[in-house]
Design a protein around this ligand. Structure first.
Ligand code: ASP
Length: 582
């Protein structure tokens, strides 16, 4: 028997029991006649003691063993004189009688500690060592509990988990497909699913009115901290539902997860705001609602006073930073440099200080007198002592810059508290987005999203006006889920594909199977998918989803542990009837 207990199990009540433990050597300290060793496994750490006086041979043997050796020991549980209140086994130690080395270890390339000295590349290369660290262990356990609670809630609500295929045909979720060559069908390729979107709709047509799946999705995109080429969704679909039914069900799921995993009660209903409101008040469609500092438009009142920069633009807007009229020149210069970064794209920053004595100090005093500035302050609900930050330019771009400025100020002022959660729904998205470069419309969500019924007539006259029956769930500025009511009618689906620039032939080649299925009694349906990795990262308080994925890829899409992607042999290429051009 390798062990009678785990390294996290023994307490004062076990004193005088003879036990066997197995685990890894975390660290070892020689203090005069004694050697103390911490033995670690997944469950915790137990202190082992070797005594030079009572058993010199054993003690010498122990002193030769290095960090991360795997050992098995027999010994007796004893009360510690010097108790460690920080660990659950801290009241006891094991007086060891026998030690068996199960496997030696080289010195690990980084310390297996909470605060490791290993950089990210090294941690990824030796991920199995990184996974021994508490932080990673706790993240993976948290992820497991999230999966368990997800299944529990959905099962209680009559959802069944159905697996859908991985080798499929392209699903248009807006990214590039990963493709897999078919040996048996020479010259043809499978695509990996960007999501099981069409399959879950076919399951509705198949009569399974509540489906879910914890499922891997694959998107060939450029990477960011919250992106991986393969990631996990909680994918869900329901039949015979309206938008609000789906939102209620999945607001329930998120509340259940917060409660079941974090013990956190989310009270009340989640606020719902429209896409337009989100854009105008927060400058983006995934607002961080942990703090206010809303954007207000000043275009009309700030134009026509001879300030050329303002007079020639489409949009002027500002935010109010409460109590920061004492911001220094240097701080304001930093903010100006911040908004001028290429990814933010503002030309400059105008500030107004609402001084305590009722006067104003601004960077545009030459053009705007106290009355004008007073008017702006009123529009922004400013009080004495507040700072106003104002940007101007093309509307969409300026709203984006204001959004980034707002988030930056939120960070600077400590308003984006990690322990606070501010959920909301964003709804009434436009159905289509026009792209001037390619001169065509794109689906804002995906081509199966239903338009709002009363907007249907715009398909012909003004597609840009159409709203979608879509909803996103956002928490703390992160979009954690999104979905929609779907089109379940063949004619509407045809119109949608047409609006997206598909010819009839292209539409039937790519989506013929779905259009065919719509002929056979497709029920009204809708659903949602949550980014499981993002939820896990948020619950774990991690910035990057890599920290909640056991074996993630790096920024270049590589798994540097197994060294993938990799070349394949000539034989394989030949079997697949493929030739590399270089
Ligand atoms: N398939 C969509 C996505 O992956 C989610 C949905 O509409 O249910 O984003």
């Amino acid at each position: 028997m390798y062990r009678t207990h785990t390294c996290g199990q023994l307490r004062i009540d076990h004193c005088n029991e003879t036990v066997t433990l197995s685990g890894w050597i975390q660290r070892s300290r020689d203090l005069g006649g004694m050697t103390f060793m911490d033995l670690r496994d997944r469950y915790g750490i137990t202190q082992l003691v070797f005594n030079m006086e009572t058993n010199a041979d054993l003690c010498k043997k122990a002193r030769k063993l290095g960090r991360e050796y795997v050992i098995q020991i027999n010994g007796v549980v004893a009360e510690r004189s010097n108790k460690n209140k920080n660990i659950p086994t801290g009241d006891i130690e094991i007086l060891v009688d026998e030690i068996i080395v199960l496997n030696a270890s080289e010195v690990p390339p980084f310390t297996i500690e909470d605060e490791t000295d290993g950089g990210e590349e090294l941690r990824m290369k030796y991920r199995y060592l990184d996974l021994r660290r508490n932080v990673m262990k706790n993240n993976l356990i948290l992820r497991h509990r999230l999966a368990r609670e997800t299944r529990k809630y959905l099962d209680q609500n009559d959802f069944i988990e159905v697996e859908t295929p991985v080798l499929i045909k392209s699903t248009p979720e807006g990214a590039r497909d990963f493709v897999v060559p078919s040996r048996m069908n020479s010259g043809q390729f499978y695509a990996l699913p960007q999501s099981p979107q069409t399959f879950k709709q076919l399951l509705m047509i198949g009569g399974y009115d509540r489906y879910f799946q914890l499922v891997k999705c694959f998107r060939d995109e450029d990477f960011r901290a919250d992106r991986q080429p393969e990631f996990t969704q909680i994918d869900c679909e329901m039949a015979f539902v309206e938008k609000q039914d789906v939102m209620n069900m999945f607001e329930g799921l998120v509340k259940h997860l917060f409660n079941g995993v974090l013990g956190f009660d989310m009270e009340g209903e989640f606020p719902q705001i429209t896409y337009t409101e989100a854009m105008e008040k927060y400058g983006n469609d995934k607002p961080d609602m942990r703090f206010g500092m809303l954007i207000h438009e000043l275009t009309r009142m700030a134009q026509g006073k001879g300030f050329k920069v303002f007079d020639s633009v489409e949009y002027i807007g500002g935010i109010r930073v409460e109590g920061y009229a004492n911001y220094t020149r240097k701080q304001l210069d930093e903010l100006t440099a911040f908004v001028q970064k290429p990814q933010i794209g503002a030309k400059g920053l105008v500030y107004v200080k609402c001084n305590e004595d009722g006067s104003f100090k601004s960077s545009v005093d030459k053009f705007f007198g106290p009355d004008d500035l007073h008017q702006w302050a009123e529009a922004l609900n400013a009080q004495k002592g507040d700072l106003l930050l104002i940007l101007a330019g093309e509307k969409r771009q300026t709203l984006h810059a204001l959004s980034e400025l707002r988030l930056e100020m939120g960070n600077r002022l400590g308003l984006r508290d990690k322990d606070k959660f501010a959920p909301l729904w964003v709804k009434d998205f436009p159905l289509l987005e026009y792209d001037a470069e390619t001169n065509r419309y794109y689906a804002m969500h995906h081509p199966f999203t239903s338009p709002v019924q009363e907007d249907l007539d715009y398909f012909e006259s003004d597609p840009a006006k159409m709203r979608a029956e879509a909803y996103d769930m956002v928490i703390n500025g992160v979009e954690i889920g999104g979905g929609s009511i779907r089109i379940h009618n063949r004619e509407t689906q045809q119109k949608m594909l047409k609006a997206l620039g598909f010819s009839d032939d292209e539409a039937s080649e790519q989506f013929g199977f779905l259009m065919e299925a719509f002929k056979f009694g497709a029920p009204p349906h809708g659903g949602i998918a949550f980014g499981f990795d993002r939820i896990a990262a948020m619950f774990a308080g991690e910035e990057s989803i890599r920290e909640v994925i056991a074996f993630p890829k790096n920024n270049a899409g590589r798994d540097i542990m197994i060294d993938s992607p990799a070349n394949i042999s000539e034989v394989q290429l030949k079997e697949l009837n493929l030739k590399l051009s270089q």
